[in-house]
Design a protein around this ligand. Structure first.
Ligand SMILES: *Cc1c(COP(=O)(O)O)cnc(C)c1O
Length: 378
């Protein structure tokens, strides 16, 4: 079945008693036991809740994994995965990484003895060279933030298999609609569902899908032990968001390509990063493995003074953090999303004082271009 159809079907099977098409919001902390030593399958909402499970099962089906897990945020989801490791373990990480993930690794989990090495994961020689006897995993973003480098997952998963490492993929920017990392050899996918999956800039949530049942058991143990679970109301919102994932993504990508081409031809724009453009270094690789190029664009203006002008003058496009929702948003990574990345690394990556990041929404594409034009041309 096509993933567009699968996404619409999430939750439909949940209430056979009334036939409710939308999964009910089981706003309950606990569940009555039918008898001594008996359970309906649900005992206490931290351990399991039907609304959350509808989302978790649906997500596992979309990805082709054995089990899904929903958390109170993307960071809570990544935190839960780090609990698979012990003090002394080492993880190789893609260097062009979401700032919050970098902060979690270097300023929280470092304190508990986990070690992280950041490399350019598009270069498998660099990945190989970073692997040590105590390395346990490779953590990458399928499409990086903010510079939109695409990870060669078949190559990386072959390397991980050879060296006995878990491959964990943050697939937030692409979603299973465009890329299914588990089919390309990843062991675990993780999402900030606050972005494209929920899709309406109205919910904070995280999701994990695990391929192998045994590993899923360990992840469940941590989900239940730590308890950073997604509540029933928010689980319902994410489920509702996922139902329209296909149509939203199609429209957002179409808008993004139009805007990227327009930006590229504008005299005040010095550089455009969008993998859907022919000149992007990962264009061909991404065309082979991904169903699309996503709807994130980064671009450089020709003068730092233009940054503030654009942020203040765009009217349709909101100056706000986050991404992936129906409303277009623009942000300045150097001082916002990526402020926690060490300055030397930021400079090497190309996150500088003229770089802006645009999350393209589902508005009319011409209206968005006109908004950018009037902001740029003052
Ligand atoms: C936003 C984001 C996160 C963090 O998710 P939250 O839901 O904000 O906690 C992690 N990874 C990527 C790529 C993100 O964009």
């Amino acid at each position: 079945m096509n993933i567009t159809t699968q996404a619409v079907q999430i939750g439909l099977e949940w209430d056979s008693r009334t036939g409710a098409v939308s999964v009910p919001i089981y706003q309950t902390a606990t569940f009555r036991h039918p008898g001594l030593g008996q359970s309906t399958g649900f005992d206490y909402t931290r351990s399991g809740n039907p609304t959350r499970q509808a989302l978790e099962d649906g997500m596992a089906r979309l990805e082709g994994g054995s089990r899904g897990f929903a958390y109170s945020s993307g960071m809570a989801a990544i935190t839960n995965l780090l609990l698979l490791f012990s003090s002394g373990d080492h993880i190789v990480v893609t260097e062009d990484l979401y700032g919050g993930t970098c902060r979690l690794f270097d300023r929280v989990f470092n304190q508990y003895g986990l070690q992280f090495t950041y490399v350019d994961t598009s270069d498998s020689a660099q990945v190989s060279a970073a692997i040590r006897p105590e390395t346990r995993a490779l953590f990458v973003e399928s499409l990086t933030n903010p510079l939109l480098k695409f990870a060669d997952l078949p190559a990386l998963s072959a390397l991980c298999r050879e060296r006995g490492l878990l491959l964990i993929v943050d697939n937030t920017f692409l979603t299973p609609y465009l890329l299914k990392p588990l089919d390309l050899g990843a062991d675990i996918t993780v999402y900030s569902a606050s972005k494209y999956l929920a899709g309406h800039n109205d919910t904070i949530a995280g999701l994990v899908v695990v391929k192998e049942p045994q590993l899923a058991e360990r992840v469940y143990f941590h989900q239940n032990s730590v308890g950073a679970v997604l509540g029933p109301q928010d689980s319902w919102l994410v489920t509702r968001g996922i139902k329209t994932l296909g149509v939203r993504m199609d429209r957002q990508q179409e808008n993004a390509l139009g805007i990227a081409r327009w930006l590229k031809s504008h005299p005040r724009i010095a550089r455009v990063y969008y993998p859907g453009l022919d000149g992007h270094p990962d264009h061909d690789l991404m065309q082979r493995h991904s169903r699309g190029f996503g709807a994130m664009i980064a671009f450089e203006v020709d003068n730092p003074a233009l940054v503030e002008q654009i942020l203040l003058k765009t009217r349709l496009i909101s100056f706000a953090e986050s991404l992936g929702g129906v409303e277009s948003l623009i942000t300045f990574p150097e001082v916002q999303t990526h402020a926690d990345i060490p300055p030397e690394l930021r400079a090497r990556l190309g996150i500088n004082n003229v770089l802006l990041r645009l999350s393209v929404g589902i508005e009319d594409g011409d209206d968005l271009i006109e908004d950018l034009r009037q902001a740029l041309e003052g």
